[in-house]
Design a protein around this ligand. Structure first.
Ligand code: 13P
Ligand code: SF4
Length: 350
């Protein structure tokens, strides 16, 4: 497809969302990325948080962490370009050791993944022997390697319930763990720093959490929700389960990024507010101009925002930046990721 054809195609969805001059430039880059993608037998996976021009032009697949892991597990492409953050690209590599996995920016981290180390997990396992470890997919490979099973926001409840044990260690998101504990009726504790207090093992808990937080979702407050509801009483408010339990409780629906998109697509509220990364609202507006999306965009994910179309083109041109996972870590992490992929279920009201 020529740059002009690409521009015309992108304009249909993006004319209200991206300024025309920017759209022309991005269409030229998108056309070149799509040409190179074919030439190099590459597949581009785009997370739901990618900016609108990228999201609606170059990915072969878009989705939440769970959907993209499933696609990564099945692809026959030689190269996987992950337009998302590093833990997502690492997960693709864990599932595809023989393929080249590229991430357009090395700066695409995540505050949750940075909140815990493999040594932290080993210490928790020593402190709570025999208790299975569930780690959120928003962790690095060495942390996954210490886990029994991973989960995403799309299947966290189903993963915990699949374990059929009285107690689980659920790491590292304090809020996601609290939300899952609430949904499953489990009592959660956040253990104090070692040494463990006497009698810790006899406490009445079923989930053991950690103090990681998403630097984006932790910023939303119940006050934000009350302010918007006061102005728009008929607004439908959707939250990601990385928000605090109080914020989730004050919302109308909570689910993974894809679960939120589907919820907006399948309901007919007069207007919606998404308490999540800003780009997602823009992406829904572009695909569904008939939906009214309120904007509360004081928070964007600085990590997701490092992924640009320019860098995605450079990734394909220069085969950069290659994501690798040491084989000894990968084989152990693979078991936890593969087990997660088998378990479905999205959104608290699905
Ligand atoms: P999803 O798995 O819901 O796409 O979320 C990933 C993420 O990083 C949310 O902040
Ligand atoms: Fe990590 Fe939060 Fe950014 Fe998602 S939005 S990548 S959880 S910092």
């Amino acid at each position: 497809m020529s740059a002009e054809e690409m521009y015309q195609q992108m304009k249909v969805k993006l004319h209200d969302v991206v300024p025309d001059a920017e759209l022309r430039i991005k269409a030229g880059i998108a056309a070149e990325i799509n040409r190179l993608k074919k030439e190099r037998n590459a597949v581009i996976l785009g997370h739901n948080y990618m900016e609108p021009a990228l999201f609606h032009s170059i990915p072969d697949y878009v989705g939440d962490s769970l959907e993209l892991s499933r696609v990564a597990a099945k692809t026959t492409a030689d190269i996987i370009v992950f337009c998302g953050v590093k833990f997502m690209a690492e997960t693709a590599k864990i599932l595809n050791p023989t393929k080249t996995v590229l991430i357009p920016s090395m700066k695409a981290g995540c505050s949750l993944a940075a909140s815990i180390t493999a040594e932290d997990v080993r210490q928790l396992k020593a402190r709570f022997p025999g208790v299975p470890v569930v780690t959120y997919v928003n962790t690095y490979a060495d942390v996954k390697a210490e886990s029994d099973i991973c989960c995403t926001s799309g299947n966290a409840k189903a993963v915990v319930e699949s374990l059929k044990t009285d107690t689980v260690i659920f790491l590292p998101d304090e809020y996601l763990a609290s939300n899952v504990a609430k949904e499953t009726g489990k009592h959660i504790i956040f253990p104090s720093k070692s040494p463990a207090p006497a009698g810790e093992r006899t406490l009445d808990y079923q989930m053991i959490g950690w103090h990681g937080r998403c630097e984006v979702h932790e910023q939303f407050t119940v006050q934000d929700i009350e302010t918007v509801r006061a102005q728009f009483p008929d607004v439908m408010i959707l939250t990601h389960p990385e928000c605090s339990p109080e914020v989730v409780a004050a919302s109308d629906y909570s689910g993974s990024t894809t679960a939120m998109i589907k919820y907006v697509e399948q309901t007919n509220a007069p207007r919606y507010l998404l308490l999540t990364e800003c780009s997602m609202g823009d992406n829904i507006m572009a695909a569904h101009p008939e939906k009214e999306m309120l904007r509360l965009c004081m928070v964007c994910c600085p990590h997701m925002n490092t992924i640009t179309m320019e860098d995605t083109l450079a990734a394909l041109q220069k085969t950069q930046y290659v994501v690798d996972v040491p084989e000894e870590i990968r084989v152990r992490a693979y078991k936890a990721v593969e087990r997660m992929i088998q378990i479905g279920g999205i959104g608290k009201k699905d």
